[in-house]
Design a protein around this ligand. Structure first.
Ligand code: KIV
Ligand code: ZN
Length: 391
C-alpha cells in the first residue's frame, strides 16, 4: 500500500457484504478462488467474512488469512467481546491482519434495534475498540448508519474510537440514503472536528438503494476519505454496494477531476466479474457499467460509423483496459451500411456496390424480423445474393 496522499485503499467486501446478498452464498473453495483473484488484482484489503456468523465463515476467513500473500485480511465483528475474540482468532495467521468492528450510532438504530442510550454506546466503543487493538495493530471501526446520525454525536463517537486505538474510521451509508453533497460534507465536518483525524484513514462504505453508491463513494474522497469499501459487480445487501470496477475505472478514466490512484490491475476486472457471477449464480445485467455484456457493444448506425472511423467517438475507455478483447459492433436493425460492409469484409466477402446495396436492403428486412442477426444469417443472405447474381 503506498503512502501517497492520493492513494485510495480499495477494501473489497464481496466475501462479506456481498455474500450477505440473499442467494449469493459461496462454498469455501469458491471463496478461496475469489480471494486469490482479488489479491492478484491488487486489492488492498479483503474483508474475508464474519467469523462469528458460522463455523464455515470462520474457516473461510482463517484459510484466506493463511494463504493471502499481499492484501490485509479483515474479519468483521459486532461490538461484542465474543465477536471480537473470534475475529481476532480467524485473522491471526494473516501477514497483515485487521479486525473490523462496528456499532450503530443513529437514533433510529439506538432506539429500535439496540435499545441503548448514546452514553452506553460511547462506553461500548471504548471497550470494544480497545479489545480489538489488544489483538491486532490494525483496527477499523464503523459507525453503522452514520449518514442518519446527528453530526454532534457522530463526532463524539469517532473521537472515542480514535482515542481507543482505531486506525481506520468507516462512516457507512448503511441504508443508501445520502446524496453525494451530504456524504462529502459529513466526512469534511467529522475530520475538521475530531482531533487526530489526520492520523487515521477515513473510509466510505455505500449501499445503492438510490443508485448513488459509486457517486457517494467518489464524493467521500473529496471530503478526505482514502478508503472505499466496495464489491465486485456491486453485489451486496438489498440493492448492493458500490461496484469496485466502477470506482476503479471512474478514478482511472477521470483523473482530470478525480486526482486519485488505486493499485488495482484494471485488466483483470472482467475476469473478476465473471468469476463472482459464476460462483454466486448472480447474472451481470447486460448494460452494467464496465463489465456488462453491452458495455463495449454498439448497434446504432451512427455509433458504428463513428467507431469504425475512430474508437474515441463513442468509447471513453478501451475494452482492453478492463480485460475485454475488443469492441463489438452488433448487427441489428439500427446498424448502418458502414458496419455492414465492415462485417462482410470480416466474413471474407468483397461485394460490388450494387450487390452490397441489395444485400444491405435484405439484411435490414431480416433485422426487422429478428432481434439479433448472427454472422451465419448474414453469410446465408450474402450467399443467396451471390447465387442470384450468377443465375
Ligand atoms: O452497511 C454497513 O453499515 C455495514 C457495516 C457492517 C460496515 O456493512
Ligand atoms: Zn454494508
Amino acid at each position: 500500500m503506498s503512502n501517497d496522499k492520493n492513494h485510495v485503499v480499495i477494501f473489497d467486501t464481496t466475501l462479506r457484504d456481498g455474500e450477505q446478498c440473499p442467494g449469493a452464498s459461496m462454498t469455501l473453495e469458491e471463496k478461496l478462488e475469489v480471494a486469490d483473484l482479488l489479491d492478484e488484482m491488487g486489492v488492498d484489503v479483503i474483508e474475508a467474512g464474519f467469523p462469528i456468523a458460522s463455523n464455515g465463515d470462520f474457516e473461510a476467513v482463517a484459510e484466506i488469512a493463511r494463504r493471502t500473500k499481499n492484501a490485509v485480511i479483515a474479519g468483521l465483528a459486532r461490538a461484542i467481546p465474543a465477536d471480537i475474540a473470534r475475529a481476532g482468532e480467524a485473522v491471526r495467521h494473516a501477514k497483515r491482519p485487521r479486525i473490523h468492528t462496528f456499532v450503530s450510532t443513529s437514533p433510529i438504530h439506538l432506539q429500535h434495534q439496540m435499545r441503548k442510550s448514546e452514553a452506553e454506546v460511547i462506553e461500548i466503543i471504548t471497550a470494544t475498540v480497545a479489545q480489538a487493538r489488544n489483538l491486532v495493530d490494525n483496527v477499523e471501526w464503523s459507525a453503522m448508519d452514520a449518514t442518519r446520525t446527528p453530526i454532534e454525536y457522530l463526532v463524539r463517537c469517532v473521537d472515542t474510537a480514535i482515542k481507543a486505538g482505531a486506525t481506520t474510521i468507516n462512516l457507512p451509508d448503511t441504508v443508501g440514503y445520502a446524496t453525494p453533497q451530504e456524504y462529502e460534507a459529513m466526512f469534511r465536518q467529522v475530520r475538521e472536528r475530531v482531533p487526530g483525524s489526520d492520523k487515521v484513514v477515513f473510509s466510505a462504505h455505500c449501499h445503492d438503494d438510490l443508485g448513488l453508491a459509486v457517486a457517494n463513494s467518489l464524493a467521500a474522497l473529496a471530503g478526505g476519505a482514502r478508503q472505499i469499501e466496495c464489491t465486485i459487480n456491486g453485489l451486496g445487501e438489498r440493492a448492493g454496494n458500490a461496484a469496485l470496477e466502477e470506482v476503479v475505472m471512474a478514478i482511472r478514466t477521470r483523473g482530470d477531476v478525480l486526482p486519485y490512484a488505486t493499485g488495482i490491475e484494471a485488466g483483470m476486472l472482467t475476469r473478476a466479474s465473471k468469476l463472482v457471477s459464476a460462483v454466486t449464480s448472480f447474472p451481470v445485467q447486460y448494460n452494467k457499467a464496465i463489465v456488462g455484456r453491452n458495455a463495449f457493444a454498439h448497434e446504432s448506425g451512427i455509433h458504428q460509423d463513428g467507431m469504425l472511423k475512430n474508437n474515441t467517438t463513442y468509447e471513453i475507455m478501451t475494452p482492453e483496459s478492463v480485460g475485454v478483447s475488443k469492441t463489438s459492433l452488433v448487427m441489428g436493425k439500427h446498424s448502418g451500411r458502414a458496419a455492414f460492409r465492415d462485417k462482410l469484409k470480416a466474413l471474407g466477402y468483397e461485394l460490388g456496390e450494387n450487390a452490397l446495396n441489395d444485400a444491405f436492403a435484405r439484411f435490414k428486412d431480416l433485422a426487422d424480423r429478428k432481434k439479433v442477426v448472427y454472422d451465419e444469417d448474414i453469410e446465408a443472405l450474402v450467399d443467396q445474393e451471390i447465387a442470384a447474381a450468377h443465375d
